[in-house]
Ligand binder design. Sequence first.
Ligand SMILES: [Zn+2]
Length: 669
Amino acid sequence: MIDARKLLLLVAARALIGDATPVDVPKETAIRGTVGADALRARIVQQRRQLLAPPPKLTVSEWADRYRVVPSYSADAGPWITDRTPHLREIMDCFSDPSVNRVVFKKCARIGATEAGLNIIGYFIHQDPSRIMVVQPTVDDAKEFSKEQLGATISDTPVLAERVASGIKESSNTILLKSFPGGSIVMGGANSPRFFRRRTVRVIVLEEVNGYSSDIKAKGEGDQLKLAETRSATMTYRRKTYINSTPTTKGNCRITKEFESGDQRHRFVPCPSCNHFQTLVWEQLKYKDLPEPAYECIACKYHITASEKDAMLAKGEWRATRNTASTDTRSYTINALYSTFVPWTTLVREWIEAQDDKEALQTFTNLSLGEAWEDRELQDVQEALKARAKQYEPDGAAWRVPRAASALFCGVDKQHMELHAVVRAYGPGEQSWLIDRVVFRGDTTQPAVWAELDVWHREKRWRHEGGALLGIQGMCVDSSDDPNPVYEWTRPRLSSHVYAIKGGADPNASILPKKYTKTHLKSRLYSIGTQVVKKRLLARARMIAPIPYTLDAPGRGFMHFNERANEQYFAEFFSNVFERRAYRDKQVTMYVLPPGRKDESLDCEVYAYVALQLVAFNSTFNLEEEWVRVIEEGEKMQHPQPESEPPKPEPTNTGGWMSSVRRSGKWMP
Ligand SMILES: [Zn+2]
């Protein structure tokens, strides 16, 4: 605080030096270098500045360059230098620019987005005290962010440590709440709807919004972005929102939608050879037959080398690619080619390693290219499956189940007014064939529809190509939401391998639980690991068929579909998308059903596969021995004399895969 004595001293000092013009003395270092009157003069000027001047009007990047210290968690620990991440300058400076209220950053990993967020928070603590809200995907993410990143930044950055620790009762600073003179930071998880209630804030930082759970929205609480932004509505032109995330799947990607709603800024950098400004795209990074990866200029074809990269990135500029009049959102996107931390050689290695693995390729697309994943193959896969389905059933064939199959398994998905059933034949090596698909209509809380399912289950038989008649060997019925009718129906049929199941929530659970749950109706309930099965079946459906396609050639794990798999069936079967989601306060990658889509056929296929596993688990059944039995039975039916030749154990064209099939225990987790 300025007292009268200091003011008098300052007036005297002005008279002494005869000049009151402030001299720009950069920090205390300059003072040490001057002597005598100069030193006095400099000290007086500095003192005057400290006492009388309003806080310096800095941009966020200037503030960070002057004050921010990066803690030891980073490889780049020490004083912050914006020049090391030139792409962050404009994004950060939006928050000291009164004309910008809303910033969206669709980003790749390893580009400094979280550090930019910390600079923005630090700026508001020190320069423009305000109430700040930070939303992470989960409460645990928020705690981790608070302890490891924000907490360390505050304690290592002196101007922040002074403010957040001083003049405040200790009790007002917890892990998820930090107070400072003139403001506060409250942190929480997007999985907690209560967090969004009854708060008014000015600055909102929404981190990794694609990881926000969709459960809250499903429960009618509303979308978290809207919930959060309502909290600053009364701040009108003073409010500031920062939304960032890496993208996920095209068509279902929150950050892509937000980016598209803004002015769509891309980073343009000049070619060191021809000076043509261009955005860096993955296709232009060349590495084949080159000693090291090089970026090919789109204009002059010059190969830009890694040694020229940093100088080129420093000259970059953000350019809006969409008319700005229609939006108040500034949106930015960037990929890892611009990263000053990740060499191009690393990206090329990751790209090559991801080539044979669809999930790794999706991860590379999301995390390194900062792009939403589009499954370009999916349409081709579905076309191929439909074409194959047409060749499945020979005209006028007397049989329905191909020769290489051993037994039939059924999955039943219960809806309120329908039971969907899929019958799939499995053979040695878990090669499988879609056999039937039936819908039983009727209120599933009433007995009528269950009686219909019962008759079908007891009486329906399908002719095997070898001659035998096959019924359903095992069946799983989904019991999630309203399980009682399912327990009642399955309990007396346990000895026929009819099981009540429900998909467990844990995305890492093994297919079968260690033990079933006893339900109150004395039935058994198996909580199953649907994620593992979905992953397995969706990968198998994509296996490449041999040419020419036959019903028994391809072997282990191969899935065949007949014409009962129509357009709708495949749409449901491939409806799930593979995304990062919050589960028990952890980020995990899992298959999820996008809102507004259906996946009954996939669920039925999953349950039919689980039925096979349960039958093998609860009996001595295995597909190889069963196949021998079915062939023998078929031959007996065709040649009724008791002393017939023993059958050959392999159908034609099996390529030896049957002999490698082991007992069922091998498939169990
Ligand atoms: Zn060029």
